[in-house]
Design a protein around this ligand. Sequence first.
Ligand code: 5GP
Length: 306
Amino acid sequence: MAGYLKKKGHQVTVITPSDYPQFLNWMNGNGEVLTYEGQRRQKKANLLIEDADVIFCLDFSALGRIQDMENPVREAKAVKVMIDHHLNPEDFAQFFYHDSNAASTCELIFKLICLLGDKSMIDIPMGECLYAGIMTDTGSFRHPSTTPEVHRVAAEIMELGVNTNLVHRRIYDSSSTNRLKFLGYVLSEKLVVLPEYRTAYFVVTEEELKKFHSQTGDTEGVVNYALQIQGIVMAVIIVDRPEAVKMSFRSVEEFAVNTIASKYFNGGGHKNAAGGKTTGIGLEATLKRFLDILPEYKEALLAVTT
Ligand code: 5GP
């Protein structure tokens, strides 16, 4: 989106509420992204937000999702444009391009640029970013969100000359040795399977993160491994982070995890992929809360055909 706006002659700054995994650092423009962390950068970002004419809010449907950036963005005089595919969009923007049936925000950005008659402006670096967004949000084109339209958009991006295999390798085959060892450890030592609830989960402590020199994004995707077990309907990873105990939920078929995330863990997300957190109660109490709610969902978990 930034690449497109720059080509249209605008001055653009990309601001992210928190740092993102290193496996995305190859993206064009990465060096100019401002992370909203630390006093100096927050101050700089606040001035930019205050001065902006337009703020594009990409890939989130409620301002609470951008944490400390919420208030500066809410109060900014800029025209706000939301481009997103998450459920229950909050009414904070003047313009919405929102479709909860879209597999990813990048799919929507591609379509928007085409609708504006500017498809020819999408160059290879922009196409790589768009493809990365679509590929990751569809789990490499396997989640139920992968519609024929997703494949059509991906095909059009390939036709631009994007090396999609390279994009895939940069994201999925760029693990550090520590990350791979961490994954091996978590799978062999931390996986708990509850066949009676068709649920599998991992609990990761702060010490374990430290032991494997865990970087931002190192736990990303780990939860999906638990869904590889035959018959498992819900998978969860609970990670003790300094700021909160973070949870990632995944599920299959009609079993919805976003409702669990929002009802019990201050979170939300999609039907089959959601996240949440607890603060102030610690890892053990978070796990207990999760285990205590399982009986409520037992019938629904057992009813799913896998
Ligand atoms: P992940 O498990 O990959 O962090 O997140 C999966 C999905 O859940 C993403 O679409 C993400 O936007 C959403 N999600 C993650 N954490 C939260 C949260 O705390 N609140 C809400 N509303 N959604 C979340």
